[in-house]
Design a protein around this ligand. Structure first.
Ligand code: HEC
Length: 140
């Protein structure tokens, strides 16, 4: 009986964990990244806010990285892991040679300053996962 209950509840625990992880990532975004990146820029608000942007919007960053990083055997888990690893590295060690932003964006905004001194590894991990998962299946 206990075993059945546990098995039945497991998906809820997993889901709760996932949500906590996303919340932790959102918090890092709100506290640190949102100084420069807006979370979502949809077509409607794009025209209004475009001039005031300090960095590419996060939804575009996520889309750009996901489409530029290609895994040969098309394995979604590997793709997710590689994109998240890229983001984790970029937060600490951004560099012109590494950026996958389009050249126009780099010309306009410059290269991102390292966020290494602002965040610990746990926060960097959480926000990197958040960037990948936050925009999955979201239409703009
Ligand atoms: C002081 C402004 C500033 C802050 C704060 C900032 N960024 Fe950026 N970020 C930029 C700019 C400008 C770019 C575009 C140029 C580049 O790729 O370096 C960028 C680009 C990126 C990219 C895309 C790299 C690529 O290759 O396409 C990622 C990922 C990113 N930022 C994540 C973050 C995260 C996560 C945070 C918060 C922890 C953050 N940024 C905070 C300015 C900022």
């Amino acid at each position: 009986m206990k075993k059945i209950l546990l098995t039945a509840l497991l998906p809820f625990f997993l889901l709760a964990n996932e949500n906590d992880e996303l919340k932790a990532g959102q918090k890092v975004f709100d506290n640190t990244c949102s100084a420069c990146h807006v979370e979502i820029l949809d077509k409607k608000t794009a025209l209004k806010t475009f001039k005031t942007l300090k960095a590419p919007p996060m939804n575009e960053v996520a889309m750009q990285l996901k489409s530029n990083i290609i895994i040969k055997d098309d394995d979604d888990d590997v793709h997710r892991a590689v994109v998240i690893a890229f983001i984790k590295d970029y937060i600490k060690y951004p560099k012109l040679a590494k950026t996958m932003c389009n050249p126009g964006a780099v010309d306009r905004f410059g290269v991102m300053p390292s966020q290494k001194s602002q965040l610990n590894d746990e926060q960097i991990n959480a926000v990197s996962i958040w960037i990948y998962d936050r925009y999955e299946g979201v239409e703009f």
